[in-house]
Design a protein around this ligand. Sequence first.
Ligand code: 2AM
Length: 180
Amino acid sequence: MADTAPPQAETLRLFFALWPDDATRDALDRVGKCLHPHWGGRRMRADTLHLTLAFLGSLPAESCAALLPRIDVLRAAAFELVLDRAGFWPHNHIGWLGCRDASLPLAALAERLRGELREAGVPFDAQPFLPHVTLLRNATGGRAPSCTPVRWRATDFALIASRTGVDGAHYDVLRRWPLI
Ligand code: 2AM
């Protein structure tokens, strides 16, 4: 009788993120295409592009139940980001796009979310917030070519579930909250 390998369990990971509209996603993807010939690696699929605000990891259902009502009453204003800085991190070989000038509304939103997570007793990755959109993985870096900056009008934020399958990460937008 042939051995049958058990199906690989999927890992579900949760994070809050800015999730782009179609035009912003296309513009981000074009920057990935601009960087790729110079920095190599693997381009992220356009449908996965996002900017993480807080990374939670696996979360039991009861923690979610305690957290979401807090997020429902969080009020923050919409804002515009200018993503005009391509960067490379040698420690994880990520090529990314971020902002030359720090965005105060973006940092404030990430901090508000992290505050709610702390208050709800939900563990999260408490590393300093380094806003970036990952465009390339396993990249080599080098001199950044000149790519067209991306203007992103952030009008909402989202809770995302990341499933890591054999063919890479898949992201599901579980819920969105408006920035008003
Ligand atoms: P990255 O793109 O720089 O790897 C889903 O994995 C999202 O959460 C990605 O944007 C990832 O950033 C981010 N993230 C932040 N902290 C993480 C962690 N500790 N483990 C995995 N992903 C993390």
